[in-house]
Design a protein around this ligand. Sequence first.
Ligand SMILES: [Cu+2]
Length: 151
Amino acid sequence: MKSYFVAFLLLASSTSLAGAAGQKVDVVLNEGCMCCHGWISHMQAAGYEVNATELDYDAITARKKQLGIPEDAASCHTALVGGYAIEGHVPAALVDRLLTEKPDAVGLAAPGMPLGSPGMGADADAQPYDVLLIGKDGSTKVFATVQPDRG
Ligand SMILES: [Cu+2]
């Protein structure tokens, strides 16, 4: 029974890596953004290949606008994965889900910088936060409500 369970876990983890393997993530971030680098490490640990470019604030804001990310959904870094925009500290598992489901949409956003989100560190007071699906018309709806890392 025990070995069966371990085999199942190995299968489950290799399956989730297969979803991300070889997927390239292009991310733009502000110079010296520590939480952005935390998110990049999180994505790399999940099997994504990350290419990071440091830009100044205005250039990043312009990139968000160009990609169709609403101002009220904005966060720090902005990424592109498989044709989708990923704004802020979105968990890798939800990026996996997006790439599997392939909705007709701009992408995902974790607005602001939620405590306990990947790259933001654990926080005992962190509250659940919403990851939004951004529509091509600029509308947003909840894609998932995430339980934060409370440490
Ligand atoms: Cu951040």
